[in-house]
Design a binder for this molecule. Structure first.
Ligand SMILES: [Cu+2]
Length: 88
């Protein structure tokens, strides 16, 4: 019983170690992708302004450790610009 508990705790700890850095790297990459797409493509200024605002918020969420919220905003920005759907 004690051994099982230890194994669960260990699994959760290693999950945190593995998942943390993956999330931490996803947001900046996702934000950069949208920025690059905007630099390459031709979009309405109204749309890029709104997308940039969303990306700025995403960056803030990321810095605050709210990576899921950050990626939600990146997804919104992608939808706004009609970029291909991605799952993070
Ligand atoms: Cu993040």
């Amino acid at each position: 019983m004690r051994k099982a508990l230890f194994a669960v705790v260990l699994a959760l700890l290693s999950l945190g170690l593995v998942v943390g850095p993956v999330w931490a790297g996803t947001c900046p990459k996702a934000i950069k992708e949208v920025k690059e797409a905007m630099a390459k493509g031709k979009y309405d200024k109204a749309k890029t302004d709104k997308a940039n605002a969303l990306l700025a918020e995403a960056q803030k969420d990321h810095d605050a450790g709210k990576h899921a919220d950050a990626l939600k905003k990146v997804t919104e920005a992608r939808e706004l610009l009609a970029l291909p759907k991605v799952t993070y």
